[in-house]
Design a protein around this ligand. Structure first.
Ligand SMILES: [Zn+2]
Length: 378
């Protein structure tokens, strides 16, 4: 991946390039920031730049042998380390070698991702994933190997915060005194959870939360229609990975908005029959979608309420596709009922996560909501 193919992050790319030019780049680096950024892509593009035989002014050449190998993820001295959980049939001593083929396939198809996307691919989304001590030993051995390419050796370690403590301790020496021509890049989404003895050994680069405008530009550059890109960027609230997922499946959010519209009509009319009809409709969604829909309802409520507080008209691109007027909904909200309504939705998500009966949960939330919409400010 070329640096210019990594969306946004212009200042961060410049910092990296400057550090290479001045030979100030460390053999142990920590890219850290929130979830939903392009930090992994940046690490990959940066490694390619370091391996490139003929880098141009501010990027890799894209033409030399290492560049071509990086594009296919076949550069022989590029290794990945990542969290995993035991799967059926996995050996007792387990490290990333076992999952490497899946990982390569995963990042080739989905260059921007969340941890959960990876764990879902392994079918272990409900398990506790970590990087174990066997994997730390593997990382060390990979960096001790002779370079096959004759160029630098890399380990890109995704989510060092999930290193088991014994694994983290095992890596300390390697981070401090790596074998020659080795570079280890840690990509973290929760740097405060990494033990300090690791972070103190790394050169740090903060990866900021992407701005809505950057996300819109990125989605449009991927050929996504403008209105879909705007919707996705708004709904995803500075999470580029989520925005990409939404853009690829934008019809889903229109469905959620329709559900919200029906829900509010039911709650506002306070007719039991309409509320149960909505509950029936809601429970046709699968469990994950139910939680996503409620999360989307929370966002709707927040947008409507904050517009009301600022005496502005409430806009949300998904609702603009429907006839639903967010301003009408906003007009019945005030500080007291908006906060209580948010709590109702958060409780409903919490109960769904604990595998409660979806129909009961959503019916109960609806009756509470119905009362809240009628609640007077004083
Ligand atoms: Zn090159």
């Amino acid at each position: 991946m070329l640096l210019k193919e990594v969306p946004g992050l212009l200042a961060e790319k410049k910092k990296l390039l400057d550090s290479v030019r001045r030979s100030h780049n460390s053999h142990a680096q920590l890219f850290h920031g929130p979830t939903g950024t392009a930090s992994f892509s940046l690490a990959l593009a940066y490694a390619q730049y370091l391996a490139c035989k003929a880098p141009v002014e501010d990027d890799s050449c894209g033409q030399c042998v290492p560049c071509k190998q990086f594009q296919k993820l076949t550069y022989p001295d590029l290794h990945f380390s990542f969290p995993f959980a035991r799967v059926a049939g996995s050996p007792r001593e387990l490290n990333c070698d076992y999952f490497n083929k899946d990982w390569i396939d995963f990042i080739q198809h989905k260059p921007l991702f969340h941890l959960n996307d990876w764990l879902s691919k392994l079918d272990v989304a409900n398990k506790q994933a970590q990087i174990n001590v066997d994997e730390a030993a593997r990382v060390i051995s990979k960096l001790q190997l002779k370079s096959y390419s004759g160029g630098p050796k890399f380990v890109l370690l995704y989510l060092p915060e999930l290193l088991h403590s014994a694994a983290a301790n095992k890596l300390l020496k390697t981070l401090e005194e790596p074998s020659p021509n080795s570079i280890i890049i840690l990509i973290s989404e929760n740097a405060e959870r990494i033990i300090q003895t690791i972070t103190s050994r790394c050169q740090k680069l903060h990866i900021p939360r992407p701005k809505t405008a950057d996300i819109q530009a990125f989605l449009k550059s991927r050929g996504i229609e403008e209105s879909v890109a705007n919707t996705a960027a708004t709904v995803a609230e500075n999470d580029m990975v989520l925005a990409m997922d939404i853009a690829e499946d934008s019809a889903r959010y229109v469905t959620f908005a329709e559900l919200f519209q029906n829900w509010m009509r039911g709650c506002y009319s306070a007719k039991v029959k309409e509320i149960f009809a909505f509950a029936d409709q809601f429970t046709t969604l699968d469990k994950e979608s139910q939680k996503e829909a409620l999360q989307f309802f929370i966002q709707t409520l927040q947008i409507a309420f904050s517009s009301k507080q600022k005496s502005e008209s409430a806009h949300h691109p998904v609702y603009e596709k429907l006839s639903f007027k967010l301003d009408g909904f906003a007009s019945v909200l005030h500080l007291k009922n908006a906060q209580m309504a948010l709590q109702v939705l958060e409780d409903a998500i919490h109960d769904l996560k604990r595998n409660g009966n979806a129909k009961l949960i959503i019916s109960d939330a609806s009756f509470q909501f119905s009362n809240l919409l009628r609640l007077k400010e004083r």
